[in-house]
Design a protein around this ligand. Structure first.
Ligand SMILES: *Cc1c(COP(=O)(O)O)cnc(C)c1O
Length: 394
C-alpha cells in the first residue's frame, strides 16, 4: 500500500487569508535550496531587509522576517518589549486584540483593556482615558486592520496619543500591510508585525517585523532576559544583523524566504501607493455589487477595510449551505463570521493578488446565483453590472 502524493484543489481564495498566491511566488519557491550562510543567500537577505523597509515605509535597521507566522511576529513584539510587572494597554475590537492580551499575561505583565464593539474602529478617546488612569503603563498595543470584523483604526492618532503619555506602541499590521496606507516612520510606530499570506499574497509562515530606535533601546535595557530563546531579538540579530560575522541561530526557511522576496519585488514593481489604490478600487466595485444584491456592510463607511469586506447575510440565506456550494461548485472560498458574528456575516477578502477585477466579478456572479438558487432574499441579476459600472467610471 502506498500513499499517493497530495494534490490540492485549485481554489480562488477570497476569505480572511491565506489569499491567492501569485504564481510567480510559487515558482520562486521551487528554486534550488542553498545554505543559509551561503554568500548568495546572505545577499538575498540584505535585499529582503531593504524590500521590507520599503513595504513598511521605514528606515529602521531592525527590520526582518520572523521565521514563523503572524502570531509569532506578535509574540516577538510582546516578549521583547514587555517585562514581568509591566502594565500594557491593549485595545480590543475583535479577535486579535484578545490574542494580544494573552501575550501580555504570558509575559507576566498586566493587561488593561480598552474595549470597542466588534465592527467599530478603536476609539481614541477611550484610549486616552485609559492612559490617564494608568500612568504606570509602558506600552500601548492595537490592531490596525481587524480581520475578524473588517474595521480599520487610525494608527497615526493612536500612536500619537500613546507617545503623549510616554508609552511605546505595538501595532498589528498583519492584514493592513500592502492593502491600505501604512507609514511606520511618519507615524512613529515603535514595533510592528505583519504576515505574508494576507495582502502580500505570499505563502503563509513568515512574519515581517520592524522596531524603531526607541524600541531597540528598550530591548537592550531590559532587566529580565527575554523568556523565549527563539524570539529573543538580541540573539536573532546575530544572524540577521549586518556584517560579516553572521552566526547560526536557526536554519532559515530558505525557500519561504525566496517566496517573500519575490512578493516584495512584485509590490515594489507595482508601487505600494498603487497597490493601496488598487485595493480601494476593487473594494468600491465589490461594494456596488453587494449593495445591488440588497446586502450591506457591518462597518461604517469611513473605517471600512477595502481588503476585508464584512457583509451581512441576506434574509433567508443559510451560511454553511451557501459557503459549501461556493466551495464545491465554484472552487471559491469566502470567510465565515467569528464569535458573535458567526452566521451573521461573510468575510470577503480582496487581498493582494486576489484583489483584482476578475475575482470581484466572479465572486459577485457566484453569490448572485447561489443566493438566488437557495431562496435568499436578494435582488438578482444586477450585481455584476453594478461592479462593471464602477470599473468603467474609474
Ligand atoms: C491573520 C492575522 C493574525 C495571525 O496571523 P497568523 O499568520 O495566522 O499567525 C494576526 N493578526 C491579524 C490582524 C490577522 O489578520
Amino acid at each position: 500500500m502506498s500513499t499517493p502524493s497530495f494534490h490540492p484543489p485549485q481554489r480562488t481564495l477570497m476569505g480572511p487569508g491565506p489569499s491567492d498566491v501569485n504564481p510567480r511566488i510559487l515558482e520562486a519557491m521551487s528554486r534550488p535550496t542553498i545554505g543559509h550562510l551561503d554568500p548568495a543567500f546572505v545577499d538575498m537577505m540584505e535585499q529582503m531587509k531593504s524590500l521590507l523597509q520599503y513595504a513598511f515605509k521605514t528606515e529602521n535597521p531592525l527590520t526582518l522576517p520572523v521565521s514563523a507566522p503572524g502570531s509569532a511576529g506578535m509574540e516577538t513584539c510582546f516578549v521583547n518589549l514587555v517585562e514581568p510587572g509591566d502594565t500594557v494597554i491593549v485595545c480590543i475590537n475583535g479577535v486579535f486584540g484578545n490574542r494580544m492580551v494573552e501575550n501580555v499575561q504570558r509575559c507576566g505583565a498586566t493587561a488593561v483593556t480598552v474595549n470597542d464593539a466588534w465592527g467599530d474602529a478603536v476609539d481614541p478617546a477611550k484610549l486616552e482615558d485609559a492612559l490617564k488612569q494608568h500612568p504606570e503603563a509602558s506600552v500601548v498595543a492595537f490592531v490596525h486592520a481587524e480581520t475578524s470584523t473588517g474595521a480599520l483604526s487610525d494608527a497615526r492618532q493612536l500612536v500619537e496619543l500613546a507617545h503623549k503619555y510616554d508609552c511605546l506602541t505595538i501595532v498589528d499590521a498583519v492584514t493592513s500591510l500592502g492593502g491600505v496606507e501604512l507609514q511606520v516612520d511618519a507615524w512613529d510606530i515603535d514595533a510592528i508585525y505583519s504576515g505574508t499570506q494576507k495582502c502580500l499574497s505570499c505563502t503563509p509562515g513568515l512574519s515581517p517585523v520592524s522596531f524603531s530606535e526607541r524600541a531597540t533601546q528598550r530591548i537592550q535595557k531590559r532587566t529580565h532576559t527575554v523568556q523565549s530563546w527563539f524570539m529573543d531579538l538580541n540573539l536573532v540579530m546575530g544572524y540577521w544583523g549586518k556584517g560579516a560575522k553572521r552566526a547560526y541561530h536557526h536554519t532559515a526557511p530558505i525557500n519561504s524566504l525566496y517566496a517573500l522576496h519575490e512578493s516584495l519585488v512584485i509590490l515594489q514593481e507595482e508601487g505600494i501607493e498603487n497597490s493601496w489604490a488598487r485595493h480601494a478600487l476593487n473594494h468600491q466595485a465589490l461594494k456596488a455589487g453587494i449593495e445591488a444584491l440588497g446586502m450591506g456592510f457591518i462597518v461604517e463607511e469611513q473605517s471600512r477595510l477595502p481588503q476585508l469586506n464584512a457583509v451581512t447575510l441576506p434574509e433567508g440565506a443559510d451560511d454553511a449551505t451557501v459557503r459549501g456550494i461556493l466551495l464545491n461548485d465554484y472552487n471559491l472560498e469566502i470567510g465565515a463570521g467569528l464569535g458573535d458574528l458567526a452566521g451573521k456575516i461573510w468575510r470577503i477578502g480582496l487581498m493582494g493578488y486576489a484583489s483584482r477585477k476578475t475575482n470581484v466579478l466572479f465572486c459577485l456572479g457566484a453569490l448572485d446565483e447561489v443566493l438566488n438558487a437557495t431562496g435568499a432574499k436578494v435582488t438578482s441579476g444586477k450585481a455584476v453590472a453594478a461592479a462593471q459600472a464602477v470599473y468603467a467610471a474609474s
